[in-house]
Each structure stands twice: as structure tokens, then as C-alpha cells.
Design a protein around this ligand. Structure first.
Ligand code: GLY
Length: 358
């Protein structure tokens, strides 16, 4: 079993490997447990070996992250007499862990939560770092809180029935960690079969990605320290500026990691022009992502439409004098070295987008 410490003000451990869920019983001893779980995964609850858990069944995937689901869950906790000393467990993909985390953040002004992610994406990203929240009609994740888990159990046995498209999508986030912080991930992905979630190679790259995320959130939990050449938690958004726009225009029919993949190719092209990223690394970006079956081209939407959507990106800043929105992209000068690209030239952006149509 691999262990990674997230060294924030309230440190916690991420356990990674086969049978990681077996650690849960010891972590919750003597406390009541409410398990938040989507209907298709209810069969996994038995594996947690809990005595008489309170079961909070929620809709699958993003449909869980609504105000009404949250209200129902609060009601369930109230009816079960859940106290401040009890604990919530989030068992599911990133949407479930986001909801479970927000439920824990808000119940009696905050109770403990342990996250048990069941997708590669949630293991490498969503379940770690304390971002929790729900969606409202005005936008995704507009209501939320930072509420860190007391432990995260990444049990790779839970991944064996995951569709291959989901595995690929999660690997995009792992590859992203390779480009922003830990280039060894790229070497492993190039040299070994990481699509096999039971393999040593997969556990290694997942653990390395968790180490990257743990290090980044330990330094900048609240995403506040990007200045004077230092890039904090924002660095986790490498490739995401274009990716979020692609997801929105594809009405969320693309997996997050698929959109990230084309976003990373775009970010690499931009980094070549602004940060001197070598042609070799740009080509390597395409080779690695397509090698694990992720898309590296995109031409389904007019640039002007994507560009407008990117104005709404979280990293965008308003110029106080002109009222103009200034785009900010995460870029790399080489694998492991991140810098922000602020207010890039509009013609260069178009040129980079055209490179996605090759
Ligand atoms: N998923 C990006 C972050 O946790 O900051």
C-alpha cells in the first residue's frame, strides 16, 4: 500500500493500492458513518465492512450536485440523528465526493469526511485537496467550500470494472501532473501499460500524481499564491482553460480528461510560442496523449465561440482601467517548470487553435 501525506493545516493521508478500503473500519471506529453513494455503486458499500451505516443514496454523476439533492441529504442526516462527532464517507466519482464533501462542510457547520473515490479522475484529483461544492443553474461549482477530508482511500480494486474511456480520461489528469511537476510520470506512461489498472505501472503513476496534487495543495490550499513568477494551485489547471470551453460547447458529452487532452496540446503550442517550450516536448505531448487513446485534435466549434467562453474562465482577471478581460493560461517552459501566460496575443491564440486541426 502506498501512502501520501497531504501536509496542510490539518494533515491527512491518501492510501493508494489494492484493498485500501479495508483501512476504513479502523479510521471510523466508535463513530456513526453516513455513506453518500450513487445508486449504481450501492453494491460496493458492503466492501466497506461498516456496522449499520446510514445510507444516503444520490443520483449518479453530475446529477448529484444539485441544491435539491443536498437538501434531501441534510434531511436524511437529520432523520438519522447524525451528530457532530459522526462521520460522512463519500463513495463514488468526483461528483459524489464533491457533494459528500460539501454535505460534511455544511452539516452542523462541519463534520469529518473520508473520501473513497471510485474513478481514476477522482483518485488523482477531485477527492484530494478539499474543494467541495454543487452546481446551480448559473454555473458549475458556483456554491462550495474548502473542506478537507480526514483521509482518502484510493482502492485500485474499485477501478477494475471502470469503462476504458473513463480510465483514459483519468489518465489525462495523471499525465498533466507529469507535465507540470513530475516528468517521471511521462517516462512511465511512455514505457509501460498504464491502461491496466491492476498493474504496478498504473499504481506508480497514480501515486506520483497524488504526490503532485498533495504537494501543490499543501503549499496553496486556497489557490491564492500565483504571483511574482510563482504558480500555486492554479498550476493544476494546465490545459484546462481551453478544456472547460470545449466541455461547455460539447454539452458535457466529452469526458473531462478528453477535453483536458486537447487543452494540453493547445497549452503546449502556446507554451512553445511564449515560454520557449521545445518542438520536441510539443510533439511528445501529442504522442503521449494519443498513445493512451485520448483525442489531440478538435475542430467542432468556431474559434470565436470558444474564445468567448474562455472569458468566463476562473483564472481570467478584469483590467480595472479598461474593463477588458485578461486571459491567463498555465504554461510550461519544460516538463516540471510552470509559468503563467498572461494576455496572449489574439492572433497567436488563433494560430494555436489551428494547430489542433491538423
Ligand atoms: N482540480 C483542480 C484543483 O483541485 O485545484
Amino acid at each position: 500500500m502506498n501512502r501520501v501525506e497531504v501536509a496542510t493545516a490539518h494533515p491527512y493521508q491518501v492510501l493508494i493500492g489494492s484493498r485500501a478500503v479495508e483501512g476504513l473500519v479502523g479510521l471510523v471506529a466508535g463513530r456513526r458513518v453516513a455513506v453518500v453513494c450513487p445508486q449504481p455503486l450501492l453494491g460496493l458499500v458492503d466492501r466497506l465492512r461498516l456496522d449499520d451505516p446510514i445510507l444516503i443514496e444520490v443520483p449518479d454523476a453530475e446529477a448529484a450536485k444539485t441544491p435539491q439533492v443536498l437538501v434531501n441529504a441534510w434531511q436524511d442526516l437529520a432523520e438519522a440523528g447524525m451528530t457532530r462527532g459522526d462521520i460522512i464517507v463519500g463513495l463514488g466519482g468526483g461528483a459524489t465526493t464533491d457533494l459528500a464533501g460539501f454535505l460534511a462542510a455544511t452539516w452542523m457547520r462541519g463534520v469529518d469526511v473520508i473520501q473513497i473515490p471510485t474513478t481514476v479522475l477522482a483518485m488523482a484529483d477531485a477527492a484530494i485537496g478539499g474543494k467541495t461544492g454543487i452546481n446551480i443553474p448559473a454555473g458549475k461549482n458556483l456554491v462550495g467550500a474548502f473542506h478537507e477530508p480526514t483521509a482518502v482511500l484510493c482502492d485500485t480494486d474499485l477501478l477494475t470494472s471502470l469503462p476504458i474511456r473513463e480510465v483514459r480520461s483519468g489518465l489525462a489528469e495523471i499525465v498533466k501532473c507529469g507535465f507540470i511537476n513530475d516528468p517521471v510520470i511521462l517516462d512511465v506512461v511512455e514505457g509501460q501499460d498504464v491502461l491496466d489498472v491492476t498493474s504496478q505501472a498504473f499504481v506508480e503513476v497514480l501515486t506520483r500524481a497524488v504526490e503532485v496534487k498533495a504537494g501543490v495543495v499543501s503549499d496553496d490550499l486556497h489557490e491564492r499564491i500565483s504571483s511574482h513568477g510563482r504558480v500555486g494551485r492554479e498550476r493544476l489547471n494546465y490545459g484546462h482553460t481551453l478544456a472547460h470551453a470545449v466541455e461547455a460547447h460539447e454539452h458535457f458529452t466529452w469526458r473531462h480528461g478528453e477535453a483536458d487532452a486537447v487543452g494540453m496540446v493547445f497549452a503546449a503550442e502556446l507554451s512553445r510560442r511564449y515560454l520557449g517550450l521545445s518542438d520536441e516536448v510539443v510533439a511528445r505531448t501529442r504522442a503521449i496523449l494519443s498513445g493512451i487513446g485520448l483525442p489531440i485534435t478538435f475542430d467542432e466549434v468556431e474559434w470565436a465561440d470558444l474564445r468567448e467562453t474562455m472569458n468566463l474562465d476562473k483564472k481570467t482577471r478584469l483590467d480595472p482601467e479598461t474593463g477588458r478581460r485578461i486571459l491567463r493560461f498555465v504554461g510550461i517552459s519544460k516538463p516540471g517548470e510552470v509559468a503563467m501566460i498572461v494576455d496572449p496575443n489574439e492572433d497567436v491564440l488563433v494560430e494555436c487553435y489551428e494547430r489542433l486541426q491538423d
